[in-house]
Design a protein. Structure first.
Length: 548
């Protein structure tokens, strides 16, 4: 068929169609080879980068610090996956192989060096200008992406916990007991019939509401907005870091902009400022004018928020810094305390004879009268808490430090500036050289050691006499950290957990679901936890009540 110019229409269409087909096929074939080639090139370059970077992570007198999760020609994302899902097994294997010396772990967001246990004392003694725990924590949680970077801006939270919170535990214990009793009525069934419940979510609520009594006081403790911030801000930071650490560092910032959970971290900080701001301004103004000063006799003044408003001076005396400090305190206390409650609940559900021993101890101590000092007499409970933390620490690694300056340890181990280091907390404490028969959960292990020391006539007020307490870090028990930078809120956490246990053991019974037993703990990166979806059964004890 001819067109107006006399050319063949069919031939023209055929040629054009063929050209389009060839062009499309060429593009497809081009991408078919380009993408795999680019990926292969990326993997090769990544492997080369790993080999170069690990050589810069320091050395020992024996040579370069070995890489524990190294595989021949494996790119970083493969090594990162191995660490993310096999961190428990990997650390145990690496500790057995390199336990007396340092080793490296390669991840997407930078390698880190695991130091041997014999360097604990020296690491703990280093000033923060050399090795900084806050900078390491911010890096681990990708704080610049999830709204946690302000932890490096102030040290108020540590000072507050050390100087104010710990010393006031006996004073605030009655209000904590009252708060717990109120929350039990709201969160636990008032029935003598077995009722299903989910420990993770319930204990998270318990922890948030009880710790908030001391952090923000009764004015905000029951405020739904504050409870939402206290619980979900920490969850958001955790989820952000866990997800983004599956991707290379160069992708993390871009991906974070498409993750709602990243926006929520900053949103919760704004909500905290909006909620607490008016109270902070009111308290600061009253303190500045001399019209108000916190009083231990006034329940409205017993919280850390009021104390900060009165004592903080200089450039930190503003709404942003004080509200940020309060959020950090909630971050540090709510989930760690709730997780320990959850772990001890599972341990006692699995060992009913130990549970009976603790109930007998509570009854015996209560028969002499109950006060804040009574919790110090619960030695078997304290021992059980220490054993629970040994077998299920919240983190497999601890004592994290970021080295701002290069440093050479006394044994010759050299750590260059810019390196993250840590200790293998679980592996050290569960080393048979440090804990006999570590595979056995023995709730009274520390109790017997404590009794032996007392029978030997040791000074009970000495540091050595307290080394078997739940809240006492030692060179082989590092879940709380160690030295001057050990967790300053551990005494408060210990008090809250004991109050909770006294109430739970005396007024409730609990057990696993029919046919179920104690679940295996899960690990994700360095986090170590019980399955959040776990369900159990609980009921009121007939005719029994707590001593408070």
């Amino acid at each position: 068929m001819l067109n107006e110019t006399g050319s063949l229409v069919g031939s023209d269409l055929f040629i054009r169609g063929s050209l389009r087909s060839i062009s499309t096929r060429g593009i497809i074939e081009s991408w078919y080879w380009t993408l795999p080639t680019a990926f292969l090139l990326y993997c090769v370059l990544d492997v080369l980068h790993i080999r170069i970077s690990v050589k810069r992570q320091g050395h020992t007198p024996q040579g370069a610090i070995p890489v524990s999760n190294s595989l021949f020609a494996a790119p970083r994302f493969i090594l990162n996956l191995i660490w993310a899902f096999r961190s428990f097994d990997h650390l145990q294997e690496a500790y057995r192989k390199y336990g007396k010396s340092s080793f490296q772990v390669v991840r997407n967001n930078g390698s880190f060096v695991v130091l041997p246990q014999h360097l604990v004392e020296e690491l703990a003694s280093l000033p923060t200008r050399v090795s900084d725990p806050s900078a390491s924590l911010e890096a681990e949680f990708l704080g610049h992406l999830g709204g946690f970077d302000f932890i490096k801006e102030t040290n108020l939270q540590r000072i507050t916990a050390q100087r104010r919170l710990t010393s006031r535990i006996p004073l605030i214990t009655p209000s904590l007991e009252k708060t717990l009793s109120e929350e039990c009525r709201k969160l636990l069934p008032d029935s003598e019939e077995w009722t299903e419940f989910q420990p993770h979510s319930v204990l998270e609520q318990f922890s948030a509401r009880i710790t908030s009594e001391a952090i923000v006081g009764p004015k905000f403790r029951t405020n739904p907005t504050w409870i939402d911030i206290a619980i979900h801000y920490t969850e958001g930071v955790f989820i952000t870091s866990v997800i983004l650490r599956f991707f290379p560092e160069w992708m993390q910032w871009t991906l974070s902009n498409f993750m709602p959970v990243c926006w929520q971290g900053k949103k919760y900080l704004r909500k905290a400022k909006e909620l607490l701001g008016p109270r902070i301004r009111e308290r600061v103004a009253a303190s500045d004018s001399g019209a108000w000063e916190p009083s231990d006799d006034n329940p409205e003044d017993a919280d850390l928020l009021s104390w900060l408003c009165h004592t903080v001076k200089g450039p930190e005396r503003n709404v942003d810094t004080i509200s940020h400090c309060i959020v950090i305190l909630a971050f540090a206390s709510v989930h760690t305390t709730g997780q320990r409650m959850n772990s001890i609940l599972l341990d006692l559900a699995a060992d009913t004879s130990l549970r009976d021993v603790l109930i007998e101890e509570i009854t015996s101590v209560a028969s002499k009268g109950w006060s804040a000092a009574s919790y110090d007499e619960l030695k078997k409970m304290d021992s059980t808490l220490r054993e629970s933390q040994r077998t299920s620490p919240p983190l497999l690694t601890g004592m994290r430090r970021y080295f701002n300056e290069s440093y050479t340890f006394k044994d010759g181990t050299f750590i260059p500036a810019g390196t993250n280091v840590c200790m293998a907390v679980y592996s050290i404490e569960n080393d048979e050289a440090n804990t006999p028969r570590p595979e056995v959960f023995d709730g009274l292990r520390a109790y017997r050691l404590r009794e032996e020391r007392e029978r030997s006539g040791a000074d009970l007020d000495s540091t050595a006499a307290k080394e078997h307490l739940f809240t006492t870090p030692t060179p082989t028990a590092l879940a709380w950290g160690y030295g001057k930078m050990a967790c300053p809120g551990r005494f408060f956490a210990g008090a809250v957990i004991k109050i909770f246990l006294v109430k739970l053991l005396t007024e409730y019974e609990f057990k696993f679901m029919p046919g179920a037993g104690k679940p295996a703990l899960q690990n994700l990166h360095e986090h170590y936890f019980a399955p959040p979806s776990l369900k159990m059964l609980i009921r009121r004890r007939k005719g029994s009540s707590a001593p408070f």
